[in-house]
Design a protein around this ligand. Structure first.
Ligand code: FES
Length: 141
């Protein structure tokens, strides 16, 4: 067993367990999409991002594929973690706008809706969007 903290609560976690398993043991709601308990986790969707401080240094990590280590101080709803999960949901939405599960995740995580948020972002940066860089592929043979 290793001693960790999740959202300020001290937890005795099983060695080799993931952050996500311990979050779920505490019945903290955490979105997941690519995680399945019978598959090897691979951290692709990034919807389970949390903030972890170890030795005072904080970083974002995916909870489903990160094993606990002694002294981890995990925050599930820090501003950085929440914003990261929103961004991951928005990216999924733009790629899969008609997929039911993606729409449900986005509705839960992103408010206002991704379309409204994009309009706000576009309107607030109107006129200041840099032109995309021109890429040179070299001369044709
Ligand atoms: S559930 Fe997809 S990265 Fe964790």
């Amino acid at each position: 067993m290793v001693k960790i903290k999740i959202d300020g609560k001290s937890v005795q976690a099983k060695e080799g367990s993931t952050i996500l398993q311990n979050i779920r043991d505490l019945r903290i709601d955490m979105p997941t999409l690519c995680y399945h308990e019978e598959l090897i986790p691979f951290g692709a969707c990034r919807l389970c991002t949390v903030e972890v401080k170890t030795n005072g240094k904080g970083q974002l990590t995916t909870a489903c594929d990160c094993q606990v280590a002694a002294g981890m101080d995990i925050t599930t709803a820090s501003d950085k973690a929440v914003e990261s999960r929103k961004l991951a949901a928005e990216l999924l939405y733009y790629k899969y706008p008609t997929t039911r599960v993606v729409r449900e995740i986005v509705q839960k995580l992103v408010s206002p809706s991704p379309r409204q948020r994009l309009k706000v972002m576009t309107a607030s940066s109107a006129g200041s969007v840099p032109e995309p860089a021109k890429i040179s592929w070299g001369s044709a043979p």
